[in-house]
Design a protein around this ligand. Sequence first.
Ligand SMILES: C[C@](O)(CO)[C@H](O)COP(=O)(O)OP(=O)(O)OC[C@H]1O[C@@H](n2ccc(N)nc2=O)[C@H](O)[C@@H]1O
Ligand SMILES: Nc1ncnc2c1ncn2[C@@H]1O[C@H](COP(=O)(O)OP(=O)(O)OP(=O)(O)O)[C@@H](O)[C@H]1O
Length: 293
Amino acid sequence: MKKIRLKAMAKINLGLDVVRKREDGYHEVRMIMQTIRMYDQIELEPTEAPGIRVSTNLNYLPTNEDNLVYKAAKLLMDEFDVKKGLNIGLRKFIPVAAGMAGGSSDAAAVMVGVNRLFHLNLSQKELMERGVKIGADVPYCILRGTALAEGIGEKLTHLPPAPAGYVLIAKPGIHVSTKFVYTNLKANELESHPDIDGQIQAIRSGDLKKVAELCGNVLETVTIPAYPVIEEIKDVMKKGGALNACMSGSGPTVFGLFDDREKAKAVYENLYGGELAKQVYLTTFFNNRKSGR
Ligand SMILES: C[C@](O)(CO)[C@H](O)COP(=O)(O)OP(=O)(O)OC[C@H]1O[C@@H](n2ccc(N)nc2=O)[C@H](O)[C@@H]1O
Ligand SMILES: Nc1ncnc2c1ncn2[C@@H]1O[C@H](COP(=O)(O)OP(=O)(O)OP(=O)(O)O)[C@@H](O)[C@H]1O
């Protein structure tokens, strides 16, 4: 059997609302998810020797069962009693602990790859049902594109592609734990909620300005007070002509939406190498869910 290569793409949350906290501690959400053109590269090589071996270009990431790629491969290989082994090569480009679902997307890509390599014949839906056992964002990372995510993030409704625009990504040099953010969220005391239904309408009518105007993320109420630099980055983007700027997921990554590439480029150059952000990228939405993997 030959090696296969896969792309694990990052996401941003165009909108993120929390409806309530469940008894098990998880939160019911309503989120507008969007894949962007930023990806980790994954190489899968089946081996005669049993076992899963992970290598990665980032020396601070785990290579044992704590890595989500390991968990994803093990979940499927155990269930289907795969006797062969697997080498997983992971080249990270998506910022880590950033709110961009990097680890979840790696896990999703490995599930798709293992399904293909070992001819498990699972449908996308069957993969997504298993993916949620690894993490709430994994089913969406299998689906990709523009989608409404409900439940804990696993109930997905595919939406038409969000209108095209330029996406400026800036991550300050801090790592934020998703668990910390949800644990400290006062879900019953939120003063305002993003208009998720309005944003869906704006997507359906192809109105980028309106999509941007309605961006909002209730997790900012936890992450921004802890890390005010996020607000500073949002201000820089808005002053530089972004239609809007918002935190992605549990943060600390900020994304700005632009309809003008020159303005986006100017803010990119302003932030790049500066004090506020450690990693800065200019990219676009990715919506061709069938390609690129
Ligand atoms: C912030 C987002 O990235 C937005 O897309 C997701 O909601 C989080 O997805 P994720 O990182 O895949 O989440 P998981 O790995 O399943 O959970 C990490 C931690 O976040 C909290 N968590 C996560 C999802 C959710 N709907 N409610 C929660 O309270 C739980 O405390 C959990 O211990
Ligand atoms: N393949 C992986 N890539 C990145 N981090 C991983 C991976 N596997 C395990 N981890 C661990 O998970 C933690 C968070 O990873 P990740 O980059 O997925 O967070 P995130 O961007 O906040 O995700 P999300 O948006 O889903 O909350 C890291 O601190 C890391 O130790």
